[in-house]
Design a protein around this ligand. Structure first.
Ligand code: ATP
Length: 205
């Protein structure tokens, strides 16, 4: 089974791509969703995070206070790295488990911080969705109520468009309409399906 990573900058359209791929019957595994799952109430990662950052990051009900966690690691690279070493291996494990049960020609791993976390080499293909920064800002501001400054601070902390492009095996451009994006995804789906068949044939020999 072909393992395909999907990434892109904030507001680039990763969800729009995933949603459309799902309508084509492709299994999409979302790293953000697994990060929530492995840090849900009762998970041992929550205890490890509390040991790292202090008991105030867990509320009286045992839920992780995600905003408090973000604030505590924001300006502390060592703590951020320690937090990632708790969360990321668990996310990778869960995603690989889910992928091993996947059906269909290929499986998509949607990983916003693929490049930043050095994971591009773990995949057969890397699909990057690209959208001009100004458009990404407009779309995110319209959707979420983030202001321009908050958008910029997130965007500046992420990989550059050039870094993502250099890691890409397949590019989707989302500067236009959703219909235009869907047409590119249809072509990508055909390519990936063909590649997956070829990979399966090679594996038979
Ligand atoms: P994030 O990085 O915040 O998770 P994302 O990369 O998943 O975002 P989306 O949520 O898919 O991006 O898109 C960002 C916003 O832009 C959404 O409100 C979405 O509906 C809108 N959007 C995406 N693509 C288009 C498009 N081609 N035309 C108009 N709006 C779009």
């Amino acid at each position: 089974m072909l393992r395909v990573a999907l990434t892109g900058g904030i507001g680039s359209g990763k969800t729009a791509v995933s949603d459309y791929l799902e309508t084509l019957g492709v299994m999409v595994l979302d790293a953000d969703r697994y990060a929530h799952q492995v840090t849900a109430k009762g998970e041992d990662a929550v205890t490890e995070i509390a040991n790292l950052l202090g008991p105030t990051v867990v509320d009286a009900d045992g839920h992780l206070d995600r905003a408090a966690v973000r604030e505590l690691v924001f300006a502390d690279p060592k703590k951020r790295a320690a937090l990632e070493s708790i969360v990321h291996p668990r996310v990778r494990h869960e995603m690989n488990e889910a992928a091993s049960r996947a059906t269909g020609p290929y499986v998509i791993f949607s990983i916003p911080l693929l490049i930043e976390t050095g994971q591009a080499g773990n995949f057969d293909r890397v699909v990057v969705v690209e959208t001009a920064r100004q458009l990404r800002a407009e779309r995110v501001l319209e959707r979420s109520g983030l202001d321009q400054q908050a958008f910029s601070s997130i965007d500046n902390a992420q990989a550059s468009d050039t870094d993502r492009r250099n890691a890409a095996t397949d590019l989707l451009n989302n500067d236009g309409s959703l219909d235009a994006l869907h047409a590119q995804i249809d072509a990508l789906h055909d390519r990936l399906t063909t590649l997956s068949r070829e990979q399966a044939k090679t594996a038979d020999y």
